[in-house]
Ligand binder design. Structure first.
Ligand code: GLU
Length: 422
């Protein structure tokens, strides 16, 4: 897979996901039959589909929907639009969703979807056409009791509204629970848009508390200024932290005296990138990871912290708002250097947790206050952080291995209790 990281060897992330699983399975002493079941995705669908472009021509796109495991409930996971999407990437992301949902103990399995496309090169109408046709192509797999998509890289609430509408048109009535991350006016949940970032901040507060410290005055570097990264900047600034650098796919900005997240957000809305923000130095997307700071938040794509740059990471804690930003080799280096990693399947699980609340609200047609949502999210994230931290201390393992041990044990237990059909 092509990577945005020029120095990385871009390991195949499906191989990475399987090796992370193998490591946890060893620690749990999981039997061979269970390993063979959990090591592979249960269902994979690849579709090639036509979309009429604005100039009247027809373009063919390729997409995937993968369900890794549905032992604990329906498949759950986002759909991403990106030019580098591959089936292996979607497999890895689906497997990570299984562990993520189990890690925070919500009743879902893991799934993921992706379409090979750079949506920035399409008009809104073309993106809508692509979304509606992709929904149609994967509709044998999805459904509120089967597999529930959500936003991911380059998809948003509008994309989810089109998926919900298309699926509902097929059935002849409105089915909001088929997808989460929708706009509030069509069955979305308060707090969902902020949930990934808010959950990540709860895990950082958990880390700080375990060290008897507070986030007040800590310096923060954020790679990625999309939904997770930009909102994390705002929420961390509210905790008193100082945001010293942020980046997006075009490049980054650095100001050791502190950036105002709201003003940077305004600049990005106006110019399409954070690059050029007045008064800040420019920094590239790789160098940003090596800047001096207390908290590093990778909030972009996979394979960003690798064995090449991990020795130069200066942060005390890495909060993985992105999925798969750290390779296993980099994990070892960070651990040996005393850098505390809050792994993706814990750190960014706030998004899917509020997706779960959205789905529950849709199924009951009864909508909660934002206060109830944020309190419930805090309860789930705090319990998950404590369970993972405790597992890590008891077995003297890093937080990623501990999170996997918590999650894999839950999925293995459900699989064992259900037994094999037929
Ligand atoms: N795409 C997000 C993730 O990777 C959210 C998934 C969801 O809400 O289902 O966790």
């Amino acid at each position: 897979m092509a990577s945005q990281n020029p120095v990385a060897e871009a390991p195949n992330i499906w191989a990475v996901a399987q090796s992370q699983f193998d490591h946890a399975a060893d620690k749990l002493d999981l039997d061979d039959d269970m390993r063979r079941v959990l090591r592979v995705p249960q269902r994979e669908l690849t579709v090639n589909f036509p979309v009429t472009m604005d100039d009247g021509s027809v373009a063919i796109f390729t997409g995937h929907r993968v369900q890794h495991n549905v032992s604990r409930g329906p498949g759950k996971g986002g759909i991403r639009y990106h030019q580098d999407v591959t089936l292996d990437e979607v497999r890895a992301l689906a497997m990570w969703m299984t562990w993520k949902c189990a890690c925070v103990n919500i009743p879902y399995g893991g799934a993921k979807g992706g379409v090979v496309v750079d949506p920035k090169k399409l008009s809104i109408r073309e993106v809508e056409g692509l979304t509606r046709r992709f929904t149609t192509e994967i509709s044998p797999l999805i459904g509120p009791e089967r597999d529930i998509p959500a936003p991911d890289v380059n998809t948003n609430a509008q994309t989810m509204a089109w998926i919900m509408d298309t699926y509902s048109m097929h059935h002849g009535y409105t089915i909001p629970g088929v997808v989460t991350g929708k706009p509030i006016s069509v069955g979305g949940s308060l707090g969902r848009n902020e949930a990934t970032a808010r959950g990540a901040v709860f895990t950082l507060l958990g880390w700080a508390k375990a060290q008897n410290r507070s986030l007040d005055g800590m310096t923060v570097v954020i790679q990625g200024f999309g939904n997770a990264g930009s909102i994390a900047a705002t929420l961390l600034a509210e905790e008193g932290a100082r945001i010293v650098a942020v980046s997006d796919s075009s490049g980054g900005i650095h100001d050791p005296s502190g950036l105002d997240p709201a003003r940077v957000g305004g600049w990005k809305r106006e110019h399409g990138t954070v690059v050029g923000y007045p008064g800040a130095d420019s920094v590239d997307n790789q160098d940003i990871l090596e800047l001096p700071c207390d908290i590093l938040v990778p909030a972009a794509l996979e394979n960003q912290i690798t064995r090449h740059n991990a020795p130069r990471v200066q942060a005390k804690v890495v909060a993985e708002a992105a999925n798969g930003p750290t390779t296993p080799e980099a994990d070892h280096i960070l651990y040996d250097n005393g850098v505390f990693v809050i792994p993706d399947i814990l750190c960014n699980a706030g998004g899917v947790t509020v997706s779960y609340f959205e789905w529950v609200q849709d199924m009951q047609s009864f909508f909660w206050t934002e206060e109830r949502i944020n309190e419930s999210l805090k309860g789930i994230m705090d319990r998950a952080f404590a369970a993972v931290h405790d597992m890590g201390q008891r077995h003297e393992v890093d937080m990623r291995t501990a999170a996997y041990m918590v999650a894999v044990a839950r999925v293995a237990e459900a699989t064992t209790l259900r037994g094999l059909y037929p």
